[in-house]
Design a protein around this ligand. Structure first.
Ligand code: HEM
Ligand code: HEM
Length: 183
């Protein structure tokens, strides 16, 4: 079982990061949309945002680790793609990192604008940069827009992956799911 990436495909660490984070990001989108409509008497009024913030901070840490891992590893070979496909794939893949970072930072800014820290599952707390009431609304708008952009990009990205798999019958999806073939 390959741990690191090779020119032939993604190793275990990259694949775990990819699929666990993809699942968590899509779930966070649903949770975010649902929780902002909860009324004060809902039993989830506090717990849903607490969960959203805690998972969000863990995702921020995961993003940093994943980025470091990406830089430390060779990039799987993409020379079988056309110039257009390769450029589009690289823009999409690299585009995810700053977009996700900005999404997470804006979430952090909404949550800490009242001066209170974020308690991550009661394990540790992330301090607030200081009270800044006006920031909450701006960061909230930015956060919503970025969340939709990430989901839009992920939809295009997943569509391209499925097209390579089903129409072009390439190993693109297979080498991200089960890794490169051992032969
Ligand atoms: C993968 C990362 C994330 C995704 C996909 C995501 C998605 C969303 C979505 C869709 C909403 C609802 C927006 C609306 O309709 O008004 C939302 C709200 C919110 N998110 Fe996130 N979020 C993420 C990360 C974070 C992080 C890291 C934090 C904080 C540490 C955070 C804090 C919040 C807060 C406080 C709200 C409520 C905003 C309001 O009341 O308008 N989010 N998020
Ligand atoms: C929010 C969801 C997603 C995000 C943020 C995301 C992000 C990424 C990123 C950044 C890469 C480049 C490799 C890396 O840096 O780790 C990548 C590769 C890949 N993703 Fe996703 N992805 C998501 C969802 C999906 C879905 C739903 C599918 C399939 C249906 C998919 C299929 C692939 C494939 C096949 C590759 C490898 C492409 C290649 O080898 O050139 N991804 N993804």
């Amino acid at each position: 079982m390959l741990v690191g990436d090779t020119p032939a495909g993604y190793g275990l660490v990259s694949r775990l990061f990819h699929w666990l984070m993809a699942l968590a990001i899509v779930a966070m989108f649903g949770l975010g949309l649902w929780m902002v409509d909860l009324d004060y008497y809902s039993p989830y009024y506090h717990s849903a945002p607490d969960l959203h913030k805690s998972v969000g901070i863990l995702l921020l840490i995961a993003l940093a680790l994943r980025f470091g891992w990406r830089l430390a590893n060779v990039r799987p070979d993409d020379t079988d793609l056309s110039t257009f496909e390769r450029t589009a794939a690289r823009i999409t893949h690299w585009g995810f990192y700053p977009l996700l970072l900005a999404l997470m930072v804006s979430g952090y800014l909404i949550s800490t604008a009242d001066g209170r820290p974020i308690e991550v599952f009661g394990w540790f707390s992330v301090p607030s940069p200081g009270e800044n009431k006006g920031l909450e609304d701006v960061a909230g708008t930015v956060h919503t827009i970025l969340a939709y952009l990430v989901i839009l990009l992920a939809t295009v990205h997943a569509g391209a992956a499925l097209k390579h798999h089903i129409v072009d019958r390439k190993r693109t999806l297979t080498r991200m799911w089960s890794g490169p073939s051992e032969t």
